[in-house]
Design a protein around this ligand. Structure first.
Ligand SMILES: [Zn+2]
Length: 148
């Protein structure tokens, strides 16, 4: 897998990313709204450099990831009123071997048939428009907790 073939590397190296692709950038990670989710607030946390498995994270990336998962979860709870967030990492899809952690708002009315790993059904429907993704991304950024 070269950088050229990698969706995440191509996005990270692009200039002037829309907010849906850059909700937050910190500690070697970029937080984006999923481009193919029909569920508002489905975020992905991707490293700025190409790594294909979590064992390749540096100490700094590992520490920053923990904070980002918490901070993004706080922001999602404030934005979507979700009960909690799901965190998943597979990096198996063609062109997406670049590590990406899915951070998904688990809504209180989530149907039984979409609970747990079945949440991925939201990536198989008509995705939210880019305009809708940008709006949610802005709301998530505005709700991001302040660092102490
Ligand atoms: Zn990559």
């Amino acid at each position: 897998m070269s950088k050229v073939d990698c969706y995440s590397c191509a996005q990270s190296s692009a200039e002037n990313l829309p907010i849906r692709e850059n909700v937050c950038c910190d500690g070697g990670w970029r937080v984006a709204h999923s481009f193919n989710s029909s569920l508002p607030g489905w975020l992905v946390i991707v490293p700025l450099r190409h790594i294909s498995s979590p064992d390749e994270m540096t100490d700094e990336e590992a520490e920053a990831l923990g904070r980002l998962i918490r901070d993004a979860s706080v922001a999602l709870k404030r934005t979507t009123n979700c009960e909690k967030t799901y965190v998943m990492m597979f990096a198996e899809a063609e062109g997406f071997s670049h590590v990406h952690f899915h951070l998904v708002p688990r809504m209180s009315d989530l149907p039984d048939e979409r609970q747990g790993p079945r949440i991925f059904a939201y990536l198989k429907e008509t995705p939210l428009s880019f305009a809708a993704q940008d709006e949610i991304a802005q709301n998530v950024r505005n709700a991001w907790p302040a660092r102490e």
